[in-house]
Design a protein around this ligand. Structure first.
Ligand SMILES: Nc1ncnc2c1ncn2[C@@H]1O[C@H](COP(=O)(O)OP(=O)(O)OP(=O)(O)O)[C@@H](O)[C@H]1O
Ligand SMILES: [Mg+2]
Length: 371
């Protein structure tokens, strides 16, 4: 466990990172949809070779858009189909760990030497991690100034440490899934870090990332390019479909179809779909506001921008509603902007891009390591 930084934040030297043909795959095992992106490194450039997405629901006898817990067999079938249909050939696979299965927080410690920190942090981590330390992969990173808050006059100097823990069980489970395809994961990374890599372009101001997944919404505040806060909101885009389904007495699949076509913009056969959808979205934004307000007050920093990712962010009219709610510029994350692709894909990639932020970010990290 000692300094496992290489696994999550930096580039390890593991042989598993190596590829024969400079091809890598980022794999985002979302709760409602699995996404994969294959990139190739060519003369320092990242080239998009192929990408694909597979809804999880139908593999667990549920509908598209529904959160499902698949058995090992079902997941193997899904991954097999996804790799085959998207024509994924790379064997070097990196995998995202859901924020929900990890713990990410900043702790303050006295200024110690790196070796002292290496001893103190695992002991300190026990206070925050609700399971035995032996059950998690632990990682940490000392936040450099000026990202760390400056000490007030007379205050003892402290260092801020970003602490990350991932449940080993999740790593073992994902490894088992890949093993069935005769693949071994090169590395794991908490999804938030992957997404930041693919959608950030050097912003230093306080930026909010809202990842609208199916079951939950993940919020991260990134300031000076560093994750300061991460938080999971217990509602996601699936809740909009459920609200439409319940209110109109429709099956989930039909409600999902209506949600995707109508969004926050129109009515459907006289029914106020946008009203149902906006109730859920407004709940999510209100929860996000609570976290933002605490951050802004404590750090005396103003949020400058909100970036929406996750396929839930594709809801028609969402950016406009977010803009009104947050009163700062709001944009959709465009991860494919960091890679080269044929011009004819421009339209489809800018439309679906926000959903692939995590998968692209994983593949980019892997490619950087091959440089
Ligand atoms: N065009 C669209 N318009 C509106 N919503 C959409 C659209 N496409 C997908 N969604 C919604 O996006 C949600 C899935 O988002 P995403 O694929 O990012 O989730 P996930 O990664 O599987 O979930 P999690 O991140 O929680 O594991 C679903 O609720 C789905 O209905
Ligand atoms: Mg997701």
């Amino acid at each position: 466990m000692a300094n496992s930084l290489g696994k999550f934040f930096h580039f390890g030297q593991s042989a598993l990172w190596q590829t024969k043909d400079n091809r890598v795959v980022g794999l985002d095992l979302g709760h409602s949809s699995v996404k994969a992106v294959q990139l190739r490194r060519d003369k320092g450039r990242a080239i998009l070779e192929t990408y694909g997405e597979m809804a999880v629901g139908p593999y667990g006898h549920l509908a598209v858009g529904q959160v499902s817990n698949l058995s090992g067999d079902q997941m193997a079938e899904l991954l097999g189909d996804l790799f085959r249909e998207a024509n994924i050939t790379a064997r070097a696979v990196s995998v995202a760990i859901p924020l929900r299965s990890s713990l990410l927080l900043i702790i303050e410690l006295p200024p110690l030497s790196p070796s002292q920190l290496g001893k103190v942090i695992p002991i300190e981590a026990r206070k925050y991690i609700p399971v035995p330390i032996s059950e998690v992969e632990l990682d940490w990173w000392v936040i450099p100034q000026p990202a760390a808050g400056a000490p007030a006059a007379g205050e003892p100097k402290k260092v801020e440490v970003l602490l990350a823990a991932i449940h080993k069980e999740v790593i073992n489970q994902d490894t088992a899934h890949l093993k069935r395809l005769e693949l071994t994961p090169a590395f794991f990374e908490i999804e938030t870090f992957s997404a930041i890599r693919s959608i950030f372009s050097g912003e230093r101001g306080a930026t909010v990332i809202l990842d609208l997944g199916a079951g939950t919404t993940k919020l991260a505040i990134v300031d000076y390019g560093i994750v300061r806060i991460s938080h999971t909101i217990s509602k996601g885009a699936q809740d909009i479909t459920l609200a439409i389904s319940r209110s109109l007495g429709l099956e989930f699949a039909k409600a999902e179809e209506i949600k995707r076509s109508v969004g926050l913009l129109e009515r459907y056969e006289g029914q106020n779909i946008s009203g149902l959808a906006s109730t859920i979205v407004e709940y999510i934004f209100a929860e996000a506001h609570k976290v933002l307000t605490i951050y802004e007050t404590r750090q005396r920093r103003s949020i400058e921008k909100v970036i929406l990712i996750g396929s839930g962010a594709l809801l028609r009219g969402l950016v406009e509603l977010a803009q009104q709610s947050f009163e700062v510029p709001v944009m959709l994350g465009q991860p494919f902007a960091k890679v080269e692709y044929p011009a004819f894909l421009e339209g489809v990639l800018s439309k679906t891009g926000p959903g692939f932020a995590v998968a692209v970010g994983l593949a980019l990290r892997h490619l950087e390591a091959l440089a």
